[in-house]
Design a protein around this ligand. Structure first.
Ligand code: COA
Length: 264
């Protein structure tokens, strides 16, 4: 396994850090596999509540390592094999990104610097994106003659709409952290001097929320985003209905009610 992904546990938070600063954290196949393995162990460990993906160095990541083996080299591979590789969902980054979304526990990503290409696509599959004012965002695939094919068009369009998706993916424009906040692509922006503390504080607050409600809310909102309003409300009623029958809700609600009743 590579040491370009460093993992550590801080209480209920699993931290996975890109650690290849000399190459601007360009993502190799080994790094992608290590990140996938880290997420799988996070998903399986009930003592862990939140996964934080962060990075060391000037860049969050310059995207896929275009010199390495994450992507097949079009000049070394037959056209048929190259197209087949792209079509096969299992050979790309899709399974890992889909697993982030399907997991009932939240994944937070913290961009201390520029976030490009595949790193932005990875980030779009996370639940919470937090930016330093030093972060910028771009999808340079268009300048390589391609397009972002691991969620950079589909997830981005769902998140920010077709106009901004075209701005990034087709026009290849770079946006600042503040602009990303306005677009709804990131949820919070902090100055560099407070960035790490704010990110950790957010992860700790999130990890302290009732886990069953976090899980139900995460999965319900994912579904509701693709439903019409009536169906969305049905999912809402069913989710909350099943949650309030659970032990977690009963215990927390009774405790708060007893406290409030004692006050009156
Ligand atoms: N894949 C592989 N190596 C990369 C890389 C990438 N995506 N991005 C940067 N690097 C490497 C550079 O080759 C360089 O290595 P070296 O010091 O051994 O020569 C090192 O990281 C630093 O990059 P450098 O280009 O010197 O930094 P810069 O500040 O001048 O430019 C970028 C930064 C991001 C503008 C520039 O590196 C770049 O355009 N990278 C490619 C971005 C890209 O197309 N990503 C792919 C998306 S699919």
């Amino acid at each position: 396994m590579t040491d370009h992904i460093k993992t550590e546990t801080r209480g209920p938070v699993l931290i996975a850090a890109f650690n290849r600063p000399d190459k601007l954290n360009a993502i190799t196949r080994d790094m992608a596999l290590a990140l996938k393995a880290a997420h799988e162990s996070f998903a399986a460990d009930t003592s862990l509540r939140v996964m934080l993906i962060r990075a060391e160095g000037r860049y969050f990541s310059a995207g896929a390592d275009i010199t390495g083996d994450l992507l097949p080299d079009p000049n070394q591979t037959s056209q048929t094999a190259f197209r087949a590789w792209y079509r096969a969902s299992t050979s790309s980054l899709h399974p890992m990104f889909d697993a982030f979304e399907a997991c009932e526990k939240p994944v937070v990503v913290a961009h201390q610097g520029p976030c490009l290409g595949g790193a932005l696509e990875m980030s779009l599959s996370c639940d919470y994106r937090i930016a330093s004012t030093a972060a910028t965002y771009g999808l340079p695939e268009i300048d390589l003659g391609g397009l972002p094919g691991s969620g950079g068009m589909s997830r981005l369009t769902r998140l920010v709409g077709p106009a901004w998706a075209r701005w990034l993916a087709v026009a290849g424009e770079t946006v600042s952290a503040e602009q990303a906040l306005t677009m709804g692509m990131v949820q919070a922006v902090h100055p560099p001097e407070r960035f790490e503390a704010e990110v950790m504080a957010f992860c700790e607050r999130l990890a302290a929320k009732p886990p069953e409600a976090v899980a139900a809310g995460k999965l319900a909102i994912e579904m509701i985003a693709d439903l019409d309003r009536a169906q969305g409300r049905n999912v809402e009623r069913l989710t909350v209905g099943s949650l309030v029958m659970g032990e977690e809700f009963g215990r927390i609600f009774s405790g708060i009610k007893a406290k409030m009743t004692g006050r009156s």
